[in-house]
Design a protein around this ligand. Structure first.
Ligand code: 4AD
Ligand code: MG
Length: 460
């Protein structure tokens, strides 16, 4: 039975027999002694294996190169070196798989750009090991948070016939031969011949179906992949990303803000409490202010204000923005970050946006111009959460659907919930990879998901 390196590094060394299995990071030494650093992914640190060279077969030792996978039997002793508490004195070494000198992850450091090109091997680096362990811990923490608070986890469909956000950035799902699609009398593609009998897409959000469930179960959340065919090649956008969407009956916009703030603080605190060795590594290698920033978010209240107040601040700031800003314009990431990083120097929650720049389902305010939208803005990220109180009034919802030209046949079932036992309710979507950008301090969203999907890139 192998012991994971994470456990070995915490064990009291008493010359006990141990088995280590993992991948060679480095090997150094001379004719009499060799030191092999092995990593098995359980923790960012390696374990040092000490080899008494004359006792081992030369051919075997030659095959122990960076990238090779080994089984080592030996005794666990206190390390004589200063770099580690314990080390393994090897008695027997088996090579599961060698790696010749074409293995791309040789000792030297590699750029994150280069590592993206070898995404099949990058989990073997310290950086991606750390990121993927944090990603795992955050997934678990999300389920734990909602489970402990009585939320029901709902699986919303991935293939859908409606466009939740109304931005038209959807990937079509079809089994028709696009080179030879059947046509109708008007010469257009005849979707009645398609698999679902109508045009369908990959979902951009589970919200609409989530709302249906909240109107029965009270408090629900979804956590699944979502897809957006927006052609934005930015460090904050992916074509396939994961979203967490709570939806809660009897919640107004204030309750929604309270939940978003509590949830985000809980997740950041969970990372600090459970992922410290990985966070320390990332702090040292990529972002010297990471730990400070994480602590700051946990300890300080988010600043809450309206879109209108935010516009006043931006306009009177005198700051030269790339995109000019005035009441009615959608906020760009530079505006959001100005508010968070320069003005308030803390996370910000903006509410009450102009209805024209937000989705059809948001509750109309009494001014008739703004809706109860809610965006949470974070340092270095900009928007991390988007949400709202939902329009619960049948007539107002119908008017909004008309104004936004949403086909009734696509959303009749959604409208039904306002016809039968409608209730005030609210919810939001947290972009999982945006959260991970914040918690890991990584600068590019492609480096916090194992296999990123972005324009012109679907390798691996
Ligand atoms: O603001 P968005 O578009 O809101 C919704 O989809 C709502 N239906 C959510 C709800 O109320 N249930 O997206 C929510 C979040 C954003 O704040 C952002 O964090 C993330 O999803 N997001 C993306 N993350 C990565 N790549 C993209 N292309 C993203 N688009 C949105
Ligand atoms: Mg948004």
């Amino acid at each position: 039975m192998r012991t994971k390196i994470k456990e070995l590094l915490l064990a009291t060394p008493e010359s006990q027999e141990v088995t280590v299995k993992g991948w060679v990071r480095t090997k150094r030494g001379n004719k009499s002694i060799a030191f092999i650093a092995i990593n098995d992914g359980s923790v960012v640190h390696n374990i040092q294996v000490v080899v008494d060279v004359p006792n081992f077969d030369e051919e075997t030792l030659k095959k122990i190169t960076t990238g090779a996978c080994l089984r080592v039997e030996g005794t666990l002793v206190e390390s004589k070196g200063s770099g580690q508490p314990v080390e393994v004195l090897a008695k027997e070494i088996e090579i599961y798989g060698g790696a010749d000198n074409t293995y791309p992850l040789q000792k030297k450091g590699h750029s994150l750009e280069f590592l993206r090109e070898i995404a099949h091997l990058r989990p073997r680096t310290n950086t991606f090991g750390a990121v993927l362990r944090i990603r795992n811990a955050m997934s678990f923490a999300i389920h734990k948070y909602f489970n402990e608070r009585g939320y029901c986890y709902i699986h919303t469909p991935i293939i859908t016939g409606s466009d939740c956000e109304g931005a038209g950035e959807m990937f079509n799902v079809t089994t028709l031969d696009i080179n030879n699609a059947p046509k109708n009398e008007e010469g257009k593609v005849d979707y009645t011949k398609d698999f679902f009998g109508k045009p369908c897409s990959l979902t951009v959000s589970g919200q609409l179906e989530g709302e249906l469930a909240a109107m029965a179960l009270g408090s629900i959340y979804t956590f699944g992949p979502t897809f957006r065919a927006e052609n934005s090649n930015t460090p904050r956008h992916l074509a396939e990303f994961w979203m967490i969407e709570p939806e809660i009956a009897f919640f107004d916009i204030i309750d929604n803000m309270d939940l978003a703030e509590d949830f985000l603080k809980y997740l950041v605190r969970y990372a600090l409490d459970n992922c410290m060795s990985d966070i320390e590594f990332l702090n040292k290698m990529f972002d010297k202010e990471l730990i400070e920033r994480l602590n700051f978010v946990v300890e300080n209240d988010f600043k809450r204000l309206t879109y209108t107040e935010a516009i006043d601040i931006l306009v009177s700031s005198g700051h030269k923005f790339e995109f000019p800003v005035s009441w009615g314009t959608d906020l760009q990431s530079e505006h959001e970050r100005y508010l968070v990083e320069n003005h308030f120097k803390r996370p910000v929650i903006l509410i009450d946006y102009p209805k024209e720049i937000k989705s059809f389902y948001m509750k109309l305010n009494e001014d008739g111009k703004t809706v109860r939208a809610m965006d949470v803005l974070f340092p270095k990220i900009g928007e991390i959460i988007g949400g709202s109180e939902r329009e619960a009034d049948y007539d107002k919802l119908m008017k909004s659907i008309e104004e936004k030209h949403i086909p009734h046949k696509d959303v009749w079932w959604y409208i039904d919930t306002r016809k039968f036992g409608s209730a005030p309710h609210s919810g939001f979507g947290l972009g999982f990879e945006r959260l991970l950008l914040f918690v890991t301090g990584m600068a590019n969203i492609r480096d916090v998901i194992p296999f990123p999907r972005s324009p012109k890139n679907a390798d691996f």
